[in-house]
Design a protein around this ligand. Sequence first.
Ligand code: RIB
Ligand code: CA
Length: 309
Amino acid sequence: MKKPIIIDCDPGLDDAIALFMILNNKNFDIRAVTPVSGNQTIDKTSINALKLVSFAGSNVPVACGASKPLYKELVTAAHVHGESGLGNVVLPDPKIGFSELNAYDMIYQEAVKHNNELEIVALGPLTNIALTLLKYPDVKDKIQRITLMGGSSGCGNDTPAAEFNIVADSDAAKIVFESGIPITMVGLDATHKALVLDEEINEIFSYKNKVSELAANILSNALIFCKAHGFEGAVMHDPLAMACIIDPEVMISKDYHVDIETKGTFTNGKTVVDVYHVTGKEPNAKVGIDIDRNKFMNILKEAMMNYEL
Ligand code: RIB
Ligand code: CA
């Protein structure tokens, strides 16, 4: 039985690789891709999502989402993902069009259709999911799990305190973490260990299909950026979150209560992880603390190898 999933994302260079990892995976019934504003504006993340789905030879519905956070102003990550949102990547025009549904109606429709079987992989700010919860409160009982790239039990990458996806819409993140939907939080504690090294990028280049070549190009550019920031490899945030739904054993996690700071001058977007259980609050998330890097690399390589395009 194929697992029904929805991919919510803000492509986004690492989102692109995460999409390639799942679009050819026969174990999943991808019900939709739902772009959200984040790395770039919604017009750019939406056309990027459509082009990436089409480039991978898929016709999965792409249902456009929120153009801005719930209450705050949109602040993009153009300094990382470029003006297009996909760096210097140029993709052919898509062979498919956008869904007539918007993201939150699509998410709700699919949650009802697959009552409590649907899982969501969230790779950007959580605005679309929060909007679905606000418009359709009963959806919280119809989604089996949200595996999200976001947060950190320690420092941040967008501010000293907080990770980009959570900072970008901390109000949305608060709604999602308080919804009661089971959450797997793939935060920086784990993703900063999901490093792709030079020789691994060269191996992916050697697969010689158009998706693996594009992915290797993205990885090569990410490697330059990450090395300039002190990492020995290309940090693959969203691909690790995607790997977690392909094989949950790729990440070691612990059950913690996580609160989201939405008011702090210096701490807005901080995922406050109750590591020592001092609040007495029940855990609401499985928080990634370590990874099996070999398993991650095998998942990534196998996905890139298996395109016959
Ligand atoms: O902090 C990393 C996250 O922010 C990733 O999802 C990346 O695509 C950006 O959206
Ligand atoms: Ca992303």
